[in-house]
Design a protein. Sequence first.
Length: 190
Amino acid sequence: MSDAFTRIGSVVNQGPYDKSDLEAPQELVDFGCIAFVPNPLVGVRAEVEEGTQRIVAISFDYKDSTLQVQAFATPKGNSMWEDVLEDIATSLKNQDISMERHAGPFGLELYAEIPTGINKTKSVRMFGVDGQRWLLRGTVSGAAISELDSKAELENIFRGIVVDRGEVPLPPRELLPLNLPAGAIAPKAN
């Protein structure tokens, strides 16, 4: 469970949560390993891998910002976020991409300027939370990098996520399986 806290009314929310957490929200939209509290102000998209048609991430759109989340398998009792963050930082450094590490509400974070075209970049903020045999990674882009209302809205979405690791043995860093909720329209591959 995360050490991050936010006060919503008089209730302290410590998410994201494991499915077994007694404090976990109950009224959720279920995408398999990732479930979340619905928010009418936030659009939700499933990100599909082109070759396999497998859902690889869930994206939450709020105003001019996006939070993309992915859940990965981890070994029991091991924290992996700092190792994953170091691997991401090494990859970005090898590509000469500008980045900085900062402490944030979910722990150590990475800010980067990702090239999107000739003389164009996109600011991103990456963070993660280690759970019970899972790692939930978030990547924020858009106005929520610096605009407080959008940042708070997307952080609250992240805090409200419930991860269902399942019992299937998976190697560390393997994406946990995602699927569409009943009645959802299948997304087109990117």
